[in-house]
Design a protein around this ligand. Structure first.
Ligand SMILES: *Cc1c(COP(=O)(O)O)cnc(C)c1O
Length: 228
């Protein structure tokens, strides 16, 4: 039941999302700050993103480096407060371009990629925040570190490379109960002393908020049906 894109609806959609997150958290007796909504603008043209920037929203997510490079340098110049998150799989050979453009890179999932990101951080002297993506559903086609590799990957990133690892991110399997995955991610973050959790999308952001998300990644519920 997604809506078509309508520029005049974006700010209202976002306000509705914030309100329903607040309602869900209140219902569960939670008073912690509500998660930041990352507006996932992948596949939408810069002109279709701009109305939300003009309405004052500044946190956005993209899943492809090349597409983001085509849209965001100009938008960031226009709206310098923008905080841009990379939420899609990252190839090692795009690490430098990603570090150059993104403020938060959420999809670190293997040592080789972490090493390339560290090289780019040093070379460019740009210091994005990183998340480790965890493949909580153990799906072969999906990015994310395997559960049994997480501790080693984190130790490598944090202790050896001194990358700024802020938290964990996951994308639950489409037909599992997302709450199980959100609970697992939360437990892993606590165990490893990580404060941030990126979890929840258009279909389940209220559940994610109740389960401790600090970022929810919402595309279609804000922008409407994505262009193909
Ligand atoms: C596209 C995407 C989203 C947003 O999905 P919606 O269902 O449109 O809200 C969130 N997270 C990731 C990793 C995505 O690729």
């Amino acid at each position: 039941m997604t809506e078509p894109y309508r520029p005049e609806a974006l700010a209202g959609n976002l306000a509705h999302i914030s309100k329903s997150i607040d309602a869900a958290m209140t219902e569960h007796g939670l008073e912690t700050p509500r998660p930041q909504v990352i507006a996932v603008s992948k596949r939408f043209h810069a002109d279709h993103i701009r109305p939300l920037l003009e309405a004052g929203h500044h946190v956005f997510g993209e899943n492809r480096v090349q597409e983001a490079q085509e849209k965001w340098p100009a938008l960031k110049a226009e709206f310098p407060k923008t905080e841009l998150h990379l939420i899609g799989q990252l190839q090692s050979n795009k690490a430098e371009e990603a570090v150059a453009l993104f403020d938060v890179i959420q999809t670190v999932d293997r040592p080789k990629l972490a090493r390339k990101l560290k090289d780019a951080v040093d070379k460019l002297d740009r210091h994005p925040t990183f998340f480790l993506q965890v493949n909580t559903g153990n799906e072969p086609q999906k990015g994310g570190a395997a559960l049994h590799d997480l501790a080693d990957l984190l130790a490598y990133c944090r202790d050896e490379l001194a990358l700024d690892i802020a938290g964990l991110m996951c994308i639950p399997p489409a037909d599992d109960d997302p709450a199980l995955h959100f609970a697992l991610l939360n437990k892993l973050a606590r165990r490893h002393g990580l404060a941030k959790l990126s979890m929840g999308m258009s279909a389940d952001y209220e559940i994610a908020a109740v389960m401790g998300a600090t970022y929810v990644r919402v595309g279609t519920a804000i922008f409407g049906t994505r262009p193909s």
